[in-house]
Design a protein around this ligand. Sequence first.
Ligand code: BEZ
Ligand code: FE
Length: 292
Amino acid sequence: MEPMTADELTATVIERLQDTPDPRLLAVLTALIRHLHGFVTEVRLTQDEWLAAIRFLTATGQICDDRRQEFILLSDTLGVSMLVDLLAEPTSSGTAGFATESTVLGPFYVPDSPQREYGASILERPSGELTWYSGLVTDTDGNPIAGATLDVWQNADDMLYAVQNPDSPPDNLRGLFRTRDDGSFAFLGVRPTDYPIPDDGPVGQLLARTGRHPWRPAHIHVIVSAPGYQSVATHIFDSGSKYLTSDAVFAVKESLIRTFERHEPGTTAPDGVPPGQAWYSLRHDFRLSRTA
Ligand code: BEZ
Ligand code: FE
């Protein structure tokens, strides 16, 4: 006999999962069915709404390609990516003595950036206000970590990452750097600008239907890693952004906000800054915790 009530149907579906050999998969799927059925029951989802949801998810998949990942955007804008991040993160990180806090990876990370030398520029064409980024990678006691890797990427002043822009050199504004023996790193990049997440697809329609803006506060992305340490995917946010309190993807953490320092034309500038041009600098240290 088929189940007759909503509760019986939920119990029957969960019962059908019981031969799942992987205990974690069983636990996750059981909770998923319980919450999904609970949600459908709570809102008394209609046939039309169910069909609209199927169409929305279909459109979300259909707009994905090598350069566009709409499901990550959906997860980010629903706060799921940051919830996963918060649950993974030790609560005390970000404070003195603890590791640098993580935040969303986002959909524009592209592996295999070019390796670049200490102090090199990540600009492969003019892309914004030149900024000298420098700092140390240390352990949580402040001891320098030599040979740590920084994988950095940022958007240009047209608000696009290289991967979003077919006219951009593919490696513009991204690069891999290794810390020197004293744990130091440095590179020339640009001052980040606020930018909207792609809003010409299903996720953008959902934002518009719910009265939300698509903007992210200006930031640069860094993944810091070293053998024997937990790697961290993080951002440095610009304290001057007006979107720090309304990030479209909920990814701002207080400990990741920094103030960029402006240097007027004529001040001694790093290599790569043309004479007579203003530039910015940002010093930021990253702390990694040891793997267990
Ligand atoms: C990003 O920072 O690149 C990003 C993160 C989440 C959604 C869209 C973009
Ligand atoms: Fe970004």
